[in-house]
Design a protein around this ligand. Structure first.
Ligand SMILES: *Cc1c(COP(=O)(O)O)cnc(C)c1O
Length: 500
């Protein structure tokens, strides 16, 4: 062998620590700071806006010279108290999971492995396959089903609806697009209470949001299945092509669960794809209390749901479960020569996740999902779901016991919507009052509910997907709503005076 050429290079650089002992000490310090923060989740305000000085830290120009590990860590530590508040026991806004301290271990491990789960044969892939199998088992899906861990229900919905759409064209649409098809215009159905991610998926998939029919709901905010049947018949008569029903297991406003069994019957009779948005509610199958309400779920063609909501996995982690692995793969598989599989070596382990979704590079989300299920088990995780439902029912009792508060929707699961109102006050003023009560609860750091519209009127919306909440937290919430409501009324309801 000839000697290697010997040009004069500068010594190679790397991003690894120059001093591993110093790095180790630094890592331990940050870990302590993180654990301190977690141990005190209950203390302090639920939410605090990022102080001006810290905001300024994030308006610096792009650094050409790095600031080094200590200064970088100091910036990160300073951020620890300024989350959205979902780790606090009185965070009740939107639908946020509260996370678990033990999930930190999974994130540390995943960071140390730094795996890319687009495909190939390596340890992390076995963990993801385990999670897929567990999800099959959880929802009684057949061995011929498939699944993919994704960032959340929004992207899970896009993946499911793409498979549903492409199946209508026997997957020829992947090449031909949606132009000039002989199939006619595709239309889908969902209820007025469905999350906006479904309409967004229609937009993203080139179907147009107008092709999503929003069917009216009944008094329990569940899709009116008779109106659904009528809408399908009407569209067929107009030569349109119904292809999809989207049901909801846990609607975002009031937590309603559609009649999934009837939806499955209609989908079967009409030969439509049944997709279920179960972002938080689908995991109700873990709860003895909710499981009977979710019958029919196991008949869906696809279910989208989140681990980061009611399973309290740290952000972000969602899932798409598909009954037909074939439809799933045919809607996404595309293996160019540089991604060719093999039966041995690193390119083995087929099929790869890249064949089931739009992403090639994917992080190791599976580990935190696996760790949560492995460490706590489904019995405890399910009992915590039940606990939240019981707490929402308890809150409804507290509301009913207060003459100034009115429930505006039945409590189906874990969401309680109510209004603070006094007799004789007009509805518009009550709307403004309720919005302001929520802003005051948030800015005073007491609690963080959100607001929504129920039957066209503003309501205080309390969603409990929080394993740290106690009944005492709900009692405090009701007392504080009452106090703030009274204080606002005492100012003569002049919004310009509402500066606490
Ligand atoms: C949160 C939620 C979504 C969206 O899920 P992401 O994980 O935020 O993308 C969709 N539907 C319902 C019912 C939700 O609660």
């Amino acid at each position: 062998m000839k000697p290697y050429p010997n040009p004069t290079f500068a010594p190679e650089q790397t991003l690894d620590p120059a001093d591993w002992n110093a790095f180790r000490a630094q890592a331990h310090r940050l870990l302590d700071a993180a654990v301190d923060r977690m141990e005190r989740y209950r203390e302090g305000p639920v939410w605090t806006a990022l102080p001006q000085a810290l905001q300024a830290d994030y308006q610096a120009p792009l650094p050409s010279m790095g600031i080094g590990p200590e200064a970088t860590q100091a910036h990160m530590e300073a951020l620890l108290p300024y989350g959205v508040g979902n780790t606090h026991p009185r965070f009740f806004g939107w639908v946020h999971g509260s996370g678990t301290p033990c999930n930190l271990m999974a994130d540390i491990t995943a960071a140390a492995i730094n795996a890319n789960l687009g495909g190939r044969d390596h340890g992390a892939m076995y963990v993801e396959k385990q999670v897929v199998n567990w999800c099959r088992e959880l929802f009684q899906f057949p061995a011929t089903s498939s699944g993919l861990i994704v960032s959340g229900t929004s992207i899970a919905t896009v993946i499911a609806l793409k498979a549903a759409r492409d199946r209508c064209f026997d997957f020829g649409s992947r090449k031909a697009g949606l132009q000039n098809t002989a199939r006619g215009r595709l239309v889908g159905y969902t209820s007025e209470q469905t999350h906006s991610c479904v309409a967004r998926a229609f937009d993203i998939l080139g179907l147009g949001t107008e092709a999503l029919r929003k069917i009216a709901v009944n008094g329990r905010f569940e899709i009116d299945t008779e109106a659904l049947k009528a809408a399908i018949a009407q569209d067929r008569a107009a030569n349109l092509t119904p292809f999809l029903i989207v049901g909801t297991a846990g609607a975002v406003n009031v937590g309603a669960i559609d009649d999934l069994e009837t939806l499955a019957d209609i989908a079967q009779a009409e030969q439509l794809w049944l997709h279920i948005d179960g972002a938080f509610g689908a995991l109700g199958v873990l709860s003895e209390r909710l499981r009977p309400r979710l019958t029919g779920l196991q008949r869906a063609d696809s279910i989208a749901f989140d681990f980061h909501k009611w399973l309290h996995v740290n952000y972000d982690a969602g899932f798409i479960l598909m009954r037909s692995e074939e439809s799933h793969r045919r809607a996404f598989s595309e293996r160019p020569e540089y991604l060719k599989g093999a039966s041995r070596g690193l390119a083995a382990g087929n099929p790869w996740p890249v064949e089931y979704g739009p992403e090639l590079s994917r992080g190791f989300r599976a580990l935190k999902v696996w760790a949560q299920l492995a460490e706590h088990g489904t019995a405890k995780l399910g009992a915590l779901i039940t606990q939240n439902c019981e707490q929402a029912a308890y809150l409804a009792e507290l509301v009913n016991a207060c003459p100034q508060m009115t429930l505006v929707a039945p409590v189906a699961m874990n969401i309680c919507c109510f209004r603070y109102q006094i007799e004789g006050q007009d509805a518009k003023t009550t709307d403004v009052l309720n919005d302001e009560i929520v802003v005051q609860l948030q800015t005073q750091g007491i609690a963080a509910p959100s607001t929504t519209l129920v039957n066209g009127r503003n309501a205080i919306r309390v969603n409990i997907t929080n394993h740290r909440t106690t009944r005492a937290d709900l009692e405090l919430l009701v007392r504080e709503v009452h106090r703030i409501g009274q204080e606002l009324l005492n100012t003569g309801l002049a919004p310009e005076k509402w500066n606490f």
